[in-house]
Design a protein around this ligand. Sequence first.
Ligand code: CIZ
Ligand code: SF4
Length: 308
Amino acid sequence: MRILQEQIRKKLKEKNAVLLAHYYQRPEIQEIADLVGDSLELARKASQATQEVIVFAGVHFMAETSKILNPNKKVLIPDLDAGCSLADSCPMDEFLKFKNLYPEHLIVSYINSSAEIKALSDYICTSANAVNVIKSIPENRQIIFLPDKNLGNYLIRETGRNMLLWEGACSVHETFSIEKLMQLVQHYPNAKILAHPECKRELLLLADFVGSTSGMLKWIQQDDHHTFLIGTEAGILHQMQLKVPQKTLIPIPAHEDNSCACSECAYMKVNTLSKLLICLETESPEIVLDPELSAKALIPIQRMLSIY
Ligand code: CIZ
Ligand code: SF4
């Protein structure tokens, strides 16, 4: 593993490339990245990248966002199969039919959406800035929020705005088991519960902290409890444990009918060190976008970046 990591670092230098990795990536990828972050942090970094090549260890919509933000760079992703169940839950043709029913509504899309959906949106948001993005929209404007209904409902509760929601969801965040969580709580009665707003309401109601991955990372450092039960993709535990090595962090398990009954995103985990090295050597797969579509999708992303 170490040899592969060294080969990748060497290739990154040779190719004048920057490696961006999401918190949900395998630990061995996070260890060699130039930046590990959430969608918002990675989007900002991608927009400022000065290297010729951006290698994005994350899922497709994230690499696509980097290309939109920095179209003159070559953007590579280790495996094109790194999709997203949430982005897939909002197909373009069905969304267009829905949108046409409400022509006066503003469209706020979660960053977990395709470039085509982004191009039709007025604002993009991530879980780290969604509340601020919604609050920045004048009260007299009606809003459609997509694609995540759980995050959408959370935002309605937090902002008091009455939004129309698309019925999408993330297959990882929706399947945490309340029953297994309760067993953990019995075992660790002093543990604090953290949950991502993509989780179902029943879990959010039990949580001591609801927020984005970057928000969770801050929270566990500031809170003086010792044990935390984590309701998001388990890859985040790597960065958490580096920040609080003395604390106990336990991922909340998924219920049995989830394919692996674990809290891992299969899409995030298709990226491996070997694929990363091959991708750098062959400079493929590359993210290629129609320039007109890319320019349209950039507008709502820039609007988000200017708000927060
Ligand atoms: O579930 C995801 O894909 C998340 C939470 C991404 C991110 O960094 O906001
Ligand atoms: Fe998509 Fe869910 Fe995986 Fe995030 S965790 S990339 S929302 S499938």
